[in-house]
Write a protein that binds this ligand. Structure first.
Ligand code: HEM
Ligand code: HEM
Length: 143
């Protein structure tokens, strides 16, 4: 089960990265157009993927925690610090930014502001996610 979840978590990264780029470009390109159904839909798909990977990530973290050797100091061991601190903290911040970005569609603000706020927050999230992905892990599960 753990392997299946890790593979799922690995694969969703690509969907999130692609959806982030599409959302950012679409919001910037349509900045002078009304905030329409398509912008809401794209944001919703991004949210679903981001929250699913958050849930899967939390479960994986639980597995890692249960199997943690007792003689390990998480903060002084770079590999464990990455798994338990740097990766989750970075990703949770990014997912919060995505959630706030998506939420701006419901705010009582102008359509230009909705486009700008979502695009800017998604862009910061994209940078944090790129910096927090363990790029030494397989690019695609099994490869
Ligand atoms: C650890 C698990 C999760 C946490 C802590 C979490 C937390 C949240 C929070 C705080 C919001 C924002 C509510 C708001 O103010 O609008 C939200 C919205 C949402 N979540 Fe999650 N979520 C989790 C798992 C999931 C999963 C597994 C999915 C999808 C399969 C999901 C899909 C969504 C969607 C679609 C929305 C946005 C609804 C909307 O704005 O239209 N979440 N979630
Ligand atoms: C956008 C959000 C995220 C992305 C793109 C992402 C991406 C990744 C990738 C590519 C891997 C390596 C998978 C592999 O080895 O095949 C990984 C591993 C992992 N991630 Fe995430 N992650 C995200 C969010 C999270 C969150 C929020 C948590 C925890 C709260 C988390 C916990 C973990 C854990 C525990 C591992 C396993 C490390 C290991 O077993 O070596 N991830 N993540």
């Amino acid at each position: 089960m753990q392997k299946g979840l890790l593979d799922l978590h690995n694969l969703i990264r690509w969907i999130i990265l692609i959806l982030l780029v599409i959302n950012i470009l679409k919001n910037y390109m349509d900045i002078k157009k009304p905030f329409a159904k398509i912008h809401k839909k794209l944001g919703l798909w991004l949210m679903i993927c981001a929250h699913t990977t958050l849930l899967v990530g939390l479960i994986l973290l639980g597995f890692q925690w249960v199997n943690l050797p007792s003689n390990i100091n998480v903060m002084t061991n770079p590999a464990y610090r990455f798994i338990f601190v740097e990766h989750p903290v970075g990703m949770i911040i990014a997912i919060i930014l995505i959630t706030i970005g998506k939420g701006s569609a419901k705010k009582n603000i102008s359509d230009i502001k909705k486009h700008k706020r979502s695009a800017n927050l998604y862009l910061i999230a994209l940078i944090i996610i790129m910096a927090s992905i363990p790029w030494n892990a397989p690019m695609i599960p099994g490869m």
